[in-house]
Every structure is written in structure tokens, then in C-alpha cells.
Write a protein that binds this ligand. Structure first.
Ligand code: XIL
Length: 388
């Protein structure tokens, strides 16, 4: 059954050429199939080239030439986000120190290989050094001081990568899970700075500074649960609509999409539809999927070893497949431009280890860098659709 699912005209040749072996490890249930790492396997970004860019979060060590990891990331993806190294704590650890070295390497790698880079992220409440929020006496920074710092931080970083970083997550996770804006230090200290009645001024200031520093970069507001929390999607829609009407240069919304294997795909489609409505205000408005992965555990579950039964793997693969069919629909409408996975192999995913010892399998490539059946389910979606 699994065999039938993974085979299609598009991939049969690659699979047959590479050969396959019966499962010998504990990764798959008995009787299923595990593929050896296959450098000749088709390429995700090439298969989806007519629709959207396909990327991955990576780390500096993935850029070591000659390794399987390097082969996979160059063969499979055409856009990259650093998992941690372009965040405020790494890039701007203290007021006078900017740390560009690692992101420079990613940009150089991208230039040499004809790839794109997403900058993640300029303004975030997490992985952000405290110095931003205090004055020289250790008191809360004044609104003026923090606004100056936001401008300086955004301008310095975005200018450094002018013409080199294609897309910036200008702000990350600024919404609350209930309603409205997250009560972060950015919001608390900057507030309604211009006195016009709204309190998203720190966001507005960051976007305006980013646009000025690199007029050609795509500027994104990125958040999680937008695909599952309809209140949050509506809040995002309303806030971005107001910002667009005021001329704030927001080019698109990033949906992180850290979803579960049992996620409600109809809800994903419906919530994306809400956000896609912003195209009526700006015809060039885009949506991006920025951090896709699929947790094998449900919320609140404390288990550490999921049982990868045939039924489980089938549901997991189908959810991935249905998501990609939704992505293809939105790409055909001209609004979805990018799909980035949060990592590329299960062993290195941030979803392992919490709670301690947890083994997770959220991606398309397993711990041994072998392509999973989910990889084939996903990569076949464009050809299956075109064959219909
Ligand atoms: C995560 C990284 O994957 C981890 O390595 C790090 O310890 C914490 O941050 N939303 C985001 C990402 O925007 O930056 C987060 O990345 C995952 C959730």
C-alpha cells in the first residue's frame, strides 16, 4: 500500500534507478519501505518551480561542501532561512556590536548557487537581547530611545544586506493568542508613539525603516497559528489592512505553520482565505509559509515515542499532501509565493527533546537522511494535479 502511494510516473524512474531496500531499522513499521539517500532523487524546488519557491531553515554547519546535508539543501531547496543565526540576539548582541559573519556566509553561498535568502528576524520578543529595553541607568528605555534603537537596528542590518536578502521577517509573533497585539516590551515601551489611536507603531516604524534601507526587499509580518486560530487570522487581517491603508509597506504575511499530523486542513484553507483577502487592497500582496513542520504528537500529549503504524504514516502523509494541494491552489491564485520547511531532516528538528527524550518525525527526510514516503507524497502533488 505504501509502495503504491509513493510511486508515480514522475518519481518511478528515480526510485527504480536508486533502488530500494526493505526496512531494516526501527524508523518504519515492518513491511514498509525505506529508501536509501538518493542524490538523483527529484528536487522539491524544481518540481514546484511553476508555483512557489521551496526552502528550508538551515544552520551554518549545513553549508559544509561535500556532505550529504550540503547536497540535500542545494538539490532540494532554492531559498533558505537561518534557524537561529539571523535573530536579534545573534546579529546585534549589544548596542555597539553587530555580528554579520554567519549570515554573510549564507548570503555568499546563495549568491554562488543562484539561491535566495529569507532574513529571520528583525524584531521579536524572543531571542532578543535585553539591552534594547533599558536606558543607561538601568531604567525602562523611553519611547524615544527605543524608537531610535529600532530604526538603527533595522536600518543597519537591512542596509548591510541590501540587494542580497530577498525577504525579511520584519517582525515576528507580534499578535497575542487571544485577541490583539502581544504585550511585549516593544509594545509596552513604544505604545501609540504618533498619537493616532493605534498602538502598532513599533511595527510601523520597523517596516518603514526596512523599506527605506532596501526598497526591493519583500517585507513580511510573520506569526504562528494563523492557519488554525481564526481570531488571530482576523486580527492579523484587520491590523495589516489598517497599516496598508496608512501606507505602511507590508508586502505580505508569513504563516509559520507549525502544524500537527491531524491538523484540520479545511480550517487551514479557510484561514488562508481570510488573509488572502488583503489582495483586494494591494494586488501584489503575498502569503508565505515560513516554518512548515508537522508534529507527530498532539497538544498536551507527554509521550516521547510515537508509534509509527501504517495508519499513522498514511494520515501524516495525507495531511502533508492536502496542505500542498492547498498551497498549489493559492499559488495559482497568485498570492502564495514561498513555502519554507523548518529544517529538512527529522533528527535536527527543534520538535525533538521536549519533553525530554521525545523523538519527533515532523519533516520529509528522516534521521538517516533518507527520503520518507511523505517526501514522495509531497513531491508528486504538482504532477498529479497536472495529470488530472
Ligand atoms: C526556534 C529554533 O528552531 C530553535 O532552535 C530555537 O531554540 C528557538 O527558536 N517560531 C520561530 C522560530 O519564529 O524562530 C523558532 O525557531 C520556532 C518558532
Amino acid at each position: 500500500m505504501l509502495l503504491r502511494r509513493v510511486f508515480s510516473a514522475a518519481t518511478a524512474c528515480a526510485i527504480l534507478c536508486a533502488g530500494f531496500t526493505a526496512c531494516s531499522s526501527q524508523k518504519y513499521p515492518e513491511g514498509s519501505v525505506e529508501y536509501a539517500y538518493d542524490p538523483e532523487a527529484p528536487s522539491l524546488y524544481e518540481e514546484f518551480a511553476d508555483y512557489f519557491d521551496v526552502g528550508s531553515a538551515i544552520n551554518p554547519w549545513d553549508l559544509t561542501e561535500g556532505t550529504n546535508e550540503y547536497e540535500i539543501i542545494t538539490n532540494q531547496f532554492n531559498i533558505y532561512t537561518y534557524e537561529n543565526d539571523s535573530k536579534p540576539d545573534h546579529m546585534h548582541p549589544s548596542e555597539d556590536v553587530y555580528n554579520f559573519e554567519n549570515t554573510d556566509k549564507l548570503v555568499e553561498f546563495a549568491e554562488q548557487n543562484g539561491k535566495k535568502v529569507r532574513g529571520h528576524t528583525l524584531i521579536w520578543h524572543s531571542q532578543c537581547p535585553d539591552w534594547f529595553f533599558y536606558d543607561e541607568n538601568g531604567n525602562d528605555a523611553s519611547a524615544d530611545l527605543l524608537v531610535e534603537r529600532i530604526k538603527e537596528h533595522v536600518t543597519t542590518i537591512v542596509s548591510h544586506y541590501k540587494g542580497k536578502i530577498d525577504t525579511w521577517d520584519v517582525v515576528n509573533e507580534v499578535l497575542d493568542d487571544g485577541y490583539g497585539l502581544r504585550f511585549s516590551d516593544w509594545l509596552r515601551l513604544v505604545g501609540d508613539y504618533d498619537g493616532d489611536g493605534d498602538d502598532y507603531d513599533f511595527i510601523e516604524i520597523a517596516f518603514r525603516a526596512a523599506r527605506e534601507a532596501d526598497p526591493d526587499a519583500r517585507l513580511i509580518i510573520n506569526d504562528y497559528s494563523l492557519e488554525s486560530n481564526t481570531n488571530k487570522a482576523i486580527t492579523m487581517y484587520n491590523m495589516v489592512k489598517a497599516m496598508l491603508e496608512e501606507g505602511v509597506p507590508v508586502d505580505g504575511i508569513g504563516l509559520q505553520m507549525h502544524v500537527g499530523y491531524d491538523t484540520d486542513v479545511q480550517l487551514v484553507r479557510d484561514n488562508m482565505e481570510i488573509l488572502a483577502g488583503l489582495k483586494e487592497i494591494n494586488p501584489d500582496f503575498v502569503l508565505e509559509v515560513t516554518e512548515l513542520d508537522m508534529n507527530c504528537y498532539t497538544w498536551g500529549n507527554e509521550d516521547i515515542e510515537v508509534d509509527l503504524t501504517d495508519e499513522f504514516v498514511e494520515q501524516f502523509d495525507n495531511t502533508y499532501k492536502e496542505l500542498f494541494n492547498i498551497f498549489l491552489d493559492y499559488a495559482e491564485e497568485g498570492i502564495l509565493k514561498t513555502v519554507v520547511f523548518w529544517g529538512y531532516n527529522d533528527g535536527a528538528s527543534w520538535l525533538n527533546g521536549s519533553p525530554a527524550g521525545r523523538v519527533n518525525h515532523p519533516l520529509l527526510i528522516d534521521r538517516d537522511l533518507k527520503f520518507k514516503s511523505a517526501y514522495w507524497a509531497v513531491i508528486n502533488t504538482p504532477s498529479e494535479r497536472e495529470a488530472q
